[in-house]
Each structure stands twice: as C-alpha cells, then as structure tokens.
Design a binder for this molecule. Structure first.
Ligand code: COA
Length: 249
C-alpha cells in the first residue's frame, strides 16, 4: 500500500490508481459512457489515446457509482467554466482524475475539494526553459537550490503540485502559474534520486487566487510516475475511506 494513499485516506480522500490498457475497451465499458463522452472519444484519432480515455471514464463512473449508489451509466456530469467535471445530482461528491502515458489516478471525497495530477516523470525535459515559463520565482529558486542530480525530482514535484492545485480550484489556465507558489522542505527529499512512495508534503507559499487552506502531497506511487494531490483543509475529521489499486485488464 502506498504511503500517500494511506495518508490521504485519513483525510477522507480515496485514491485509486489504474493502469490503462491501450487495447479496445470492452463493450460493457463503452456502454457506460454518455453521448458527450462518446463524441469526445471519437475525436481522439490515436487508438491508444481513445481507448485509454474510454477506460478512464468507465472506471471513473464505476468509482462514483460506488459512492452514490447510482448505476455507472446513469451518472450525469456537468462541467465548470474551465472544464472541471462534477456530478449533476451529487454535488457533495468531490472527485478529480488525471492520466499520463497509460497510468490513471482518481481522487474521490465526500468531504473536501480535491485536485490530482499524475505525470510520467521518466521524461527528461529542458527544465529551466519550462520553469522560466510557468514556475514562480520561489519555485525556480527551490528547483535549482539542491544537487543537480535531483533536479528532475524537484521539477516534477512542483509541476504536479501546481497542476493539482489548479485542478482542485477548477480554474484551469485562467490562473496564471506565476500568481501562486509552492515549495517543499529539503528534508522531504530522501537519499535516493527518486521520490519513492513516501508521501511528502508541499506548502502553498502564496496565491493571488485566495486562501492558503490547501494541503499538498506528492509521491511516486508507481515507479516513474510522480503524483500530487491537493486537498482543501478541513477540521475535526476522521476517515474510514477505502483505497483501491486496480488494473483494467
Ligand atoms: C485539464 C487541465 C486542468 C489539466 O490537464 P492535464 O494535466 O493535461 O490532464 P490530466 O490528465 O491531469 O487531467 C485531465 C482531467 O482533469 C479533469 N479536468 C478537466 N478540466 C479541469 C479543470 N478545469 N479543473 C480540474 N479538473 C479538470 C477532467 O476529468 C480531465 O480528464 P478527462 O477529460 O479524461 O475527463 C489543464 O487543461 C489545465 O488547465 N492545466 C493548468 C495549467 C497550469 O497552469 N499548470 C500549472 C503549471 S505546471
């Protein structure tokens, strides 16, 4: 069991990790989607991407059906001004999903707003060019503040945390990425150059969008994938929320 997944369960947030198959989804899974989802799937011309979209949406519907007691195919999504999906008839059920190169992650909570991002962090990038475009000054300072061999880990922590934060808020690209800043304590970096499955907590240093009442966690729940989850702060909670790790094949 992943440490981050356990940590979040105690905050009332259930995380599900799913390896998405590139193969054709079953007819049963395809049948769970609504017209809008089928239209979106049809626009994805690369078969692997289309199949993964269908598999992720079918899995999301099944997870939400367990929470609501509705059937997966009867669930209706509505979309916020920047595309964040919510459930039309169950606004109290918060959820978010993310997928990257065959790996999906879902967060569901009946208590708090959540945002989740997972990225394939094996990919080398031109970190500085990317950071100069979308990281805040404090984030760039932290990115370059450690051993050069750790830059990839630092980069993906910040990137996925930023994505998880804007996904929790549902604001998408409307919030300029330099208008909020996230950091991690250096002590949260272990001895290895990979994050591992230990959960490390990030901090929202500032945000022009509103309060700082958000908790951020990052981990590598699957080797080569960095995942961050942003959770609205709440008080007086206990959890009892279940956790699943599954495969769609
Ligand atoms: C959709 C968005 C929010 C995330 O995109 P992404 O990282 O490419 O994709 P992910 O796989 O993590 O997430 C996609 C899922 O998030 C959900 N989603 C879509 N819009 C959303 C929004 N505004 N808020 C929250 N969730 C959203 C959807 O369920 C979507 O999956 P689906 O279309 O298969 O149902 C992106 O368009 C975006 O606006 N990102 C913010 C950019 C930014 O400022 N980044 C910070 C600097 S690195």
């Amino acid at each position: 069991m992943n440490d981050l997944v356990d940590t979040l369960a105690s905050s009332g947030v259930a995380i599900t990790l799913l390896a998405l198959s590139e193969a054709d989804p079953s007819r049963a899974d395809r049948g769970l989607l609504d017209d809008d989802e089928r239209r979106r799937a049809a626009k994805l011309v690369i078969p692997a991407k289309r199949n993964q979209f269908v598999a992720a949406r079918a899995a999301l519907r099944k997870l939400l059906a367990e929470r609501t007691g509705a059937t997966p195919e009867s669930l209706e999504f509505v979309y916020g001004p920047h595309g964040k999906p919510t459930l039309a008839r169950y606004p109290e059920v918060h959820f978010n999903l993310s997928h990257s190169r065959g790996q999906a992650a879902f967060a569901v909570s009946e208590r708090v707003a959540v945002g989740i991002d997972i990225e394939d962090s094996r990919r080398e990038r031109d970190y500085e060019t990317f950071a100069s475009r979308v990281f805040a000054d404090e984030e760039r300072a932290w990115l370059h503040g450690g051993e050069p061999r750790r830059i990839r880990e630092r980069f993906y922590r910040i990137w996925t945390s930023k994505e998880a934060y804007v996904k929790a808020l549902g604001v998408g690209l409307s919030l300029s990425p330099q208008k909020y800043a996230i950091s991690f304590d250096d002590a949260s970096l272990g001895d290895d150059a990979s994050l591992g499955d230990d959960a490390s907590q990030g901090r929202l240093l500032r945000s022009e969008f509103g309060g700082l009442d958000w908790n951020l966690w990052t981990s590598e729940p699957v080797p080569g994938f960095t995942m961050s989850v942003c959770v609205e702060t709440m008080t007086g909670t206990d959890s009892g929320v279940g956790v699943e790790e599954s495969h769609d094949d």
